[in-house]
Design a binder for this molecule. Structure first.
Ligand SMILES: *[C@@H]1O[C@H](CO)[C@@H](O)[C@H](O)[C@H]1NC(C)=O
Ligand SMILES: *[C@@H]1O[C@H](CO)[C@@H](O)[C@H](O)[C@H]1NC(C)=O
Ligand SMILES: *[C@@H]1O[C@H](CO)[C@@H](O)[C@H](O)[C@H]1NC(C)=O
Ligand SMILES: *[C@@H]1O[C@H](CO)[C@@H](O)[C@H](O)[C@H]1NC(C)=O
Length: 269
């Protein structure tokens, strides 16, 4: 069984090697790009297996350019090299089979905080996130607490600080948030072969009680309203009788008139 699997694997390898080194086309690509404006990237083909019926360029899953000419070279212009245009650009020659080359556009990590300011409640878990969507992916992420300069945060410290990272994203989790020690600024650093980039996230920690304030506020508001209504209701009853008497005589004209209307309306209801 194992022997047969090895044989199959070897066979596949041999086929692959023959395909790669055999009579297939050679595609030469322009060099990788790391900066500039109006940069032209290109691919040339030699030894095309069939006639060339056109070309197209892909970036990720998006077709960004195509044509139907038979030229043995194709090019694509980048207006600007930055984190948005960085990536792997693939040129295709429409032959049978398709022939493909790749041009790499690389920049240093473009690191941004998912949220510049985060807050958590005391004893909850605080989560700080940084992302980088540039190419190539970040190979090394690190976190620092800014206290008179950056203090590195080691994964697992105090069994409270945990870091989870991949090429696009890093997440710092702080368990059991401490209102004395944890608030402040945190910096995430991302490094790739081109350099590094960083962002700062500030963390605020609210006391458990503070989390209750909005709720207590509403309760207080309701209590005040109920009290006011209660007091007015209580006051109104004895008032109504002298109000009626006032009705006829009018020593203070304007005031009395207003009162009068109010009383009549009230009585009508
Ligand atoms: C493709 O070929 C043209 C000339 O035929 C040459 O000027 C250009 O530099 C070549 N480009 C690449 C990427 O090899
Ligand atoms: C940090 O430690 C946890 C386990 O304690 C692990 O799952 C995680 O991958 C580590 N993160 C990094 C960046 O090493
Ligand atoms: C980066 O994010 C994209 C989607 O946003 C995902 O497809 C890709 O797998 C991620 N790369 C890494 C290295 O995690
Ligand atoms: C973190 O990044 C900043 C700026 O991007 C850089 O100045 C600093 O040296 C980096 N720190 C480390 C330890 O890599």
């Amino acid at each position: 069984m194992a022997v047969r699997m090895v044989a199959v694997a070897l066979g596949a390898l041999l086929c692959f090697a023959r395909g790669a080194s055999g009579a297939g086309p050679t595609i030469s690509t322009s060099r990788e790009v790391t900066d500039g404006l109006d940069v032209v990237i290109s691919c040339n083909i030699s030894g095309a297996p069939t006639a060339i019926r056109g070309h197209y360029w892909m970036k990720g899953n998006t077709k960004i350019q195509s044509d139907d000419t038979s030229a043995d070279s194709t090019s694509y212009m980048l207006e600007k090299v930055d984190h948005e245009t960085s990536g792997e650009y693939e040129c295709f020659f429409k032959t049978t089979p398709l022939a493909k080359g790749t041009v790499y556009v690389k920049v240093e990590p473009h690191v941004v905080a998912y949220k510049k300011s985060e807050h958590g409640n005391e004893r909850d878990v605080g989560v700080l996130i940084c992302k980088s969507a540039s190419y190539p992916p970040v190979t090394q992420w690190s976190w620092f607490k800014m206290v008179d300069g950056p203090q590195p945060i080691v994964n697992g410290t105090d069994n409270r600080f945990f870091i989870k990272s991949d090429g696009n994203k890093t997440e710092l989790r702080i368990m059991d948030l401490n209102i004395e020690k944890d608030p402040g600024e945190y910096r995430c650093n991302g490094t790739n072969e081109m350099g590094e980039g960083s962002a700062v996230v500030s963390l605020r920690v609210r006391s458990r009680l503070a989390a209750l304030w909005p709720f207590l506020g509403i309760v207080a508001e309701v209590l005040v309203l109920v009290t006011i209504i209660f007091i007015f209701e209580k006051r109104r009853k004895p008032d109504e009788i002298p109000d009626d008497d006032d009705g006829g005589s009018a020593p203070l004209k304007s005031n009395a008139n207003h009162k009068d209307k109010n009383v009549r309306q009230r009585n009508a209801n």
